[in-house]
Design a protein. Sequence first.
Length: 373
Amino acid sequence: MTIYVLGLPLSLADRFHPDYWILAMNFIRNAWYAACQSQQVRSGEMFHRVLLEEPVVFYRKQDGSLVALRDRCPHRFVPLHLGKLQGDEIECGYHGLRFDCTGSCVSNPHGDNKTQESARVQSYSAHDRYGLVWIWMGDAPADSTRIPHYGLHDADSNYQVVSGYLHVGANYLLMADNLLDLSHLMYLHDGLLGDRDQAGAKQVVQEDEQGRLVCRRWMPNSKVPAVFDLLYRRDQKLVDMWTEIRWMAPSYFWFDGGVHEPQRGEREDHGWWYGQHLLTPETKSTTHYHFAAALPPGTQLDENDKATFAEMRRFAFAEQDKVMLEAQQAALGDSDFWAMKPALFSVDAAPVRMRRAVERLVNAEIAEGGVQP
């Protein structure tokens, strides 16, 4: 017997398999994640962060290249970032063992000075790209060509880019739901990014052969939200408005939203922006959130206007989304999302498809050889 949720098959065997809910909570590991800003990893210093529930320490070799190691000494399990950099090696602050950039123990100052293979630290592939440090934490070979293109400002210097970072106390899939759910703009961000008169707008969800999702909403003859009014005419007159969000596994998002003259039929050289959103799980209940907005060449913003635009977006993310998501996470606690039997509506079509895609990819990784830690 097969049941359907928003047109998607979900077999009873899947739902009641003893491992089903556990698998749904794991992470896709054979993928590139945004770890931090490149400028946060400076020469002669160590930077540490928890990613996919693993502690990671970053540093740069003397030639400037990146190193990423598990932030845990295999001897007594203390964080390596509490030690010192000695050239291109980390010296553990507890007993003085040294590890090179591959994670091999190259110096043991005790006894006969012998090292052993068990005294090895997990190393990860890491690259600088688009102003971010990207890390691969899976078992499959790391291919840097698979780092998604999130450098619109690198491709065209005429775009004005406003970027930021937030640490959010919520599971990354809850945040992904939020980004794919364009209907919440009308309520949570009413007057700022959306308006209640847009609630009945037509929504289209599509999925391509590569598993990428796109969700679109078209809102003709609509009130203009404050952020878009700042970028467009600043007269609060009615506009045609569109919003589009694209998702690619594991957690890459591209937003395209804006306004133009009613019935004009095409976008102008201002009044819209591309949004880049990257979610990197820290733990099962916390997420690193990197975001940026790229404004097209026709946008006329002075420094004060640019600061206002940045503050409007920050307020929407930090004072509205973050608050709601963290309250949602607190309500869920350790319970699995699906086990809570959420009510589902037409606006949930994209989030449901995304979650099912993530579950399939996680299960496939586990079946292929146990990439989960």
